[in-house]
Design a protein around this ligand. Structure first.
Ligand code: GRF
Length: 192
């Protein structure tokens, strides 16, 4: 069993979906020990409450910079004995403290088919580019923006009649289907 922490900044629908897939036994090799948020009002917090997952807010501005902030996060991760960090809509770069403490143990979900459309607006950017396909990627996190080694990715063919909202729905549906499967696979590797 792998102890994970999920990091989120806002809505938290992927967080909720992962926890439900863990709780219903589809992901049977992970335990979600804690949700970490960097925004006090993140809606993910309410979801955590309903799901019975501890939620810890760490204020990025309260510890004199990224190193201090991540050192504070490290205390929480140690307290919960966390082995794998799962970023699910966490809108912040990961710094050296977390990367050094969790080498190849931080994964992120990105709503595009990397290396296409990295950054904060992957769905919108693909939509505006009028490309034939986009997708969802889960990758390891390194110091770059959505540049770490790809673990798994799946394509979504874009129907030209779709508006942005429809594309968003398709991308999120793919995320909810794919992320739990990839998490299970990553945990299997860790357990070996
Ligand atoms: C998802 O589309 C994820 O791929 C991206 O941010 C979004 C988070 O949505 N990194 P939610 O907070 O999980 O609802």
């Amino acid at each position: 069993m792998v102890n994970i922490a999920i990091f989120a900044s806002g809505n938290g629908s992927n967080f909720e979906n992962l926890v439900k897939e863990i709780q219903n036994g589809h992901v049977d090799n992970a335990t979600c020990k804690v949700l970490i948020i960097d925004k006090e009002q993140a809606y993910a917090k309410e979801r955590a409450q309903k799901l019975g997952i501890p939620c810890v807010y760490v204020n990025p501005k309260a510890y004199g910079g990224k190193e201090g902030y991540e050192t504070e996060i490290m205390k929480v991760l140690k307290e919960y004995d966390v082995e794998l960090i799962v970023l699910a809509g966490y809108m912040r770069f990961i710094g050296k403290v977390l990367l050094e403490n969790y080498p190849n143990k931080i994964i992120n979900i990105h709503p595009a088919y990397l290396p296409n459309f990295p950054g904060a607006h992957g769905i919108q950017d693909a939509y505006n580019a009028k490309v034939d396909f986009t997708g969802v990627t889960v990758h390891y996190v390194d110091e770059g923006v959505d540049t770490g080694q790809i673990i798994h990715q799946e394509k979504i063919m874009i129907d030209p009649s779709w508006d942005l909202e429809t594309l968003e729905e398709h991308v999120h549906a793919k995320e909810y289907d794919m992320f739990p499967r990839v998490l299970k696979m990553v945990c299997e590797q860790i357990e070996k």
